[in-house]
Write a protein that binds this ligand. Structure first.
Ligand code: GCO
Length: 255
């Protein structure tokens, strides 16, 4: 047994939605483990800044701006990777949005937008990546679930449905691609300190609820997900397939 099991030198990882938040932490973790990282997002300026900061920190990083909810844009991005000889070994389907509204007031278009961004994108990007991975007989797909992959919370129905779907998409990928050399697994983060959760972290009642409800007694920091993403991206997890690992300070295990 050696720590080299976790070494990602020579691998290329695409992380969707990675100019900030959890995606950025995933990208930095994979880069620190040796991977060349492709940052993705739709805001070119934010991507360029993130890429510059990561390069200055000594990481190998590129950017690919495309909209993960646009089927054609995803296909074009992968065609460009093909033309440039870029082979994606690891995909982290991280791109996601939140929209908090009680269902009785929720418009169908907002429901759809959340499903497109948080669930369908993982299928579309995963499919394009897997089409190439099966030719090489190897690849790692890491989908980002949530505590809401298992449990509902009022006001976030479409997110909950999308993240429940991400869990089952992960199993579907394992079922179809496991025999072709691909491992598809998911990470289910707990309540994390990110921009997306700003409305929650700044709400004293919600903050107290999270701290009281989580055995760890605190929110998670994005960098605390790095060990899990590196594990799932590496040879160390070659016989793990279709799993969702909750990195949540123990929240999902207790009432
Ligand atoms: C929410 C949050 C979610 C949680 C996540 C915990 O409104 O519920 O924005 O993103 O942080 O569900 O896993």
């Amino acid at each position: 047994m050696s720590i080299q099991l976790f070494d990602l030198t020579g691998k290329t990882a695409l992380v969707t939605g990675s100019s900030r938040g959890l995606g950025r932490a995933f990208a930095e973790g994979l880069a620190a483990a040796g991977a060349e990282v492709i940052l993705n997002g739709i805001n070119e300026q934010r991507l360029t800044t993130a890429a510059r900061e990561m390069s200055e920190a000594g990481h190998r990083v590129q950017t690919a701006a495309f909209d993960v909810t646009d089927d054609d844009a995803v296909k074009e991005a992968f065609s460009r990777f093909d033309e440039d000889g870029v082979e994606i070994d690891i995909v982290v389907n991280n791109a996601g949005i939140q929209f908090r509204k009680p269902m009785l007031e929720l418009e169908t278009a907002d429901w759809q937008r959340v499903l497109d961004t948080n669930l369908t994108s993982a299928f579309v990007v995963g499919r394009e990546a897997a089409r190439r991975m099966v030719e090489r007989g190897q690849g790692k797909i890491i989908n980002i679930g949530s505590l809401t992959s298992e449990l509902a919370r009022a006001t976030v129905a479409p997110y909950t449905v999308a993240k429940g779907g991400v869990k089952m998409l992960t199993k579907a990928m394992a079922a179809e691609w496991g025999g072709l050399g691909i491992q598809a697994n998911a990470i289910g983060p707990g309540y994390m300190l990110t921009d997306m959760n700003e409305a929650l972290t700044s709400n004293p009642e919600f903050d107290a609820w999270v701290k009281g409800r989580t055995p760890a007694g605190r929110w998670g920091k994005p960098e605390e997900l790095i060990g899990t993403v590196v594990y799932l991206a590496s040879q160390a997890s070659d016989y793990i397939n279709g799993q969702i690992i909750y990195a949540d300070g123990g929240m999902i295990s207790v009432l």
